[in-house]
Design a protein around this ligand. Sequence first.
Ligand code: AVJ
Ligand code: FE
Length: 442
Amino acid sequence: LLELTDEQLRERIATELLTARDRTSGLTDCVDEGELTAQHSRLMSPLVWDLAHIGNQEELWLLRNVGGREPMHPEIDPLYDAFEHPRAERPSLPLLPPAEARGYAHEVRGRVLDLLAGVELTGAPLLEAGFAFGLIAQHEQQHDETMLITHQLRTGAPVLSAPAPEPAPADRLPSEVAIPAGPFTMGTDTEPWALDNERPAHQVDLPGFAIDTTPVSNAAYQRFIEDGGYQEPRWWSPQGWAHRMAAKLTAPLFWSRADGQWLRRRFGHLEPVPAAEPVLHVTWYEADAYARWAGRRLPSEAEWEKAARHDPVSGRSRRFPWGDQPPGPQHANLGQRHLQPAPVGSYPEGASPYGVRQLIGDVWEWTASDFTPYPGFRAWPYREYSEVFFAAPGEQAEYKVLRGGSFAVAPVACRGTFRNWDYPIRRQIFAGFRTARDLDAS
Ligand code: AVJ
Ligand code: FE
């Protein structure tokens, strides 16, 4: 982005906005009005809420804050403020009906494209390298992932389809990669569209560790199940065991057992659980228990980022595991090209300098870390993006960090520094994990 001419930057912004809107339409045009306004799970908003919220945030940040325009429909703002109404409440709000919600988002977009044609993309910090536009393209794509989660929770005949990923190459991979002790640069000052919680860049010195070459597969996870992993409190943290009992967890979400084999429901299709795919739809507690059972642990997010970005030859941190070039289909399973993760060992061209694979794309990876601010963090451009999710001083953190992005994450909303977070009990999200261990401890 920093090397683009002004005209190229405007084109890039327009393309990212269009890409996001195409995806939003694809996720909302395939179901009828009843399905758009229904709540498919208490954990999720009706799809029609996400649709108008996308338009409302775009109006707020681009038309009002950047463009100085008057509010279009000030009376609807509170309905689409995520902090005023928790998800469970949203279906009972007087939401814009589907046609109005679509019309509103469409009208905002038309005005935003007019604004983009005339606005200076520098000067004010909000406009530097088109940041506010990048924020809004990422925001829409994040809600597209949220809507895809709603689709996965919905029951009924399938409405989405996509080709399956290719089988993984047949090369033999070591199960883990050693990352020697030493400092690396975590976070960023230079990524133009990085969000506040990815900043600032800072040095972190880590002891040596080893990390799995690939995410944990369904086959490996089934061994944990078959070994009685869900029946053995010793593998679980106390909170994890309490949750496992209360929620009666016995397998990943969407799995069922029939005729001695594991099946899963995926976007309306019932199919055998593919052994070679990364495990998906597990809580942090299950990931943590699996790791202990395997004699290992979850990586910290600093370890994850060092494995993903540190180039031991140059000593610098890359934007992505494979280098600084934006993600292509040869690097990673991103952007909902597929509706599932690719088999473990896929994407050799996306490997990090240390040879770790599939760090970007496929499944969000739970890390051991709580969601906390980096030293020198400044909330930008609003406290509600990240800051309100950090624990208050002296309080126990509520959120765990996930890294890397899933098959449902768009390239614009994904990079080696990107941080996601959620409650450790969540598993409708597209989350899996990989494990690690201390190097010195054998
Ligand atoms: C970063 C994925 C946790 O969906 O709650 C969307 C992104 N922030 N609208 C979320 C977000 C405001 C956020 N996550
Ligand atoms: Fe939002």
